[in-house]
Every structure is written in C-alpha cells, then in structure tokens.
Design a protein around this ligand. Structure first.
Ligand SMILES: [Zn+2]
Length: 195
C-alpha cells in the first residue's frame, strides 16, 4: 500500500468515525457558551463544556462525559462540584446562548422603527438592546451570564437603528437631522378642464 493510499484510508476512517458515531451531533450540541443557573448561588453563569471530549466519549460509549472547561464564576469558584452539568445535560439546546438570544428576539419589534427584528444575522448585523436610561448595546457586547437579567429589563433595537443611534450619540457633529415634512397632498381632485 502506497503512502497516499494509507493517508486516504486514514482520512476515510476518521470521517466515518465522525459521521457514524454521533461524534458530530454531540460536538454541535455542547460547543459554544451555555448559560446555566449555578446551584451554589442560584444566579446565572456562563459555562463552556469540553465539547470535543464529550463527543469522543459519546462516540465510544454512547454516553457523553461532560466536564466544564470554563465558567464565569471561575477562578474564584474553580474546583466546584460542577453540579450545573445536570441542567446542561438535560437540555443543552435551551441553555445555549444562541437559543436564549433567538427566543428573546423572536416576534419582537424594534423600539425605534417598529420593524420586526426577524431572523438574526449573528455576526454581520447583530441586533441590540436599549436600557431604561437609553443606553444601546449590541447583544454581543453583553456578558452571557447577564443576558437573562438584561432581557428582563431592556427593549429590543434592530441593527440599523442601533447603528444610527450610536452614531448620533458618539458623533453628533456628523449627523444632519432634517425636519420631516409630510408628503403634500392636493386638496382638490386633479382635473383636465382648461380654465
Ligand atoms: Zn429599528
């Protein structure tokens, strides 16, 4: 067997392992940040699971072995019992940050232009929130563990209005506000009569 045939066989074996064993399904389920309720203080915390290891164990034994790789309460509480993993294992999708964000914006309209926020364009056009004090922040600038609290007290802002309002706030000299004039409507119906 030539070297290339050997490499090809190895690649095929790895791809087959990933596709057939459930590796990819488990990896996708646990990758990224999740927000859980910490059993120690009943407050929200954002965590990351070692998704690669979980997927590997799921592929080998059918049971993902979950361990945290990071937590917003670390390093102060590093060494905790990681009891939050039971919540995560029970419902990883509902704990995922993207799910929490999508569900909050779903069906909501922008507080400025009243247009529906619609499907979220995650990186290029992230929507924002407005606080009671009128401060606008893109959701990506908010610490994930504070999202549940922020979503309880803030209003949704679409990407376009978020951009315009923040530009107006940061560089008011660059904005020319024109007074809005409603379209002029004739008071008399048009006629072809010659006077
Ligand atoms: Zn808007």
């Amino acid at each position: 067997m030539t070297l290339w045939a050997l490499i090809g066989s190895a690649v095929i074996a790895v791809v087959a392992y990933a596709l057939l064993s459930g590796f990819l399904t488990t990896y996708r389920r646990y990758r990224g940040k999740h927000v859980i309720t910490c059993p120690q203080n009943s407050q929200s915390a954002s965590v990351r699971v070692d998704a690669f290891k979980a997927a590997h164990w799921a592929a080998i034994s059918g049971d993902p072995v979950l361990r945290l790789s990071s937590c917003s309460r670390w390093p102060e509480n590093a060494g905790c019992g990681q009891e939050c993993l039971s919540e995560l294992k029970e419902s990883p999708e509902s704990c995922a940050v993207k799910t929490i964000v999508s569900q909050w914006y779903a069906g909501k309209s922008c507080v400025y232009c009243s247009h529906e926020i619609g499907p979220i364009v995650w990186h290029e056009r992230p929507p924002a929130v407005r606080s009671e004090e009128g401060i606008i922040r893109e959701w990506t600038d908010i610490a994930p563990e504070t999202l549940p609290q922020v979503f309880r007290t803030h209003e949704p802002v679409c990407f376009n209005c978020s951009l315009a309002e923040r530009l107006l706030h940061d560089h008011p000299e660059m904005i020319v506000k024109r007074n809005y004039r409603p379209e002029h409507k004739p008071t008399l119906a048009p006629t072809h009569t010659t006077y």
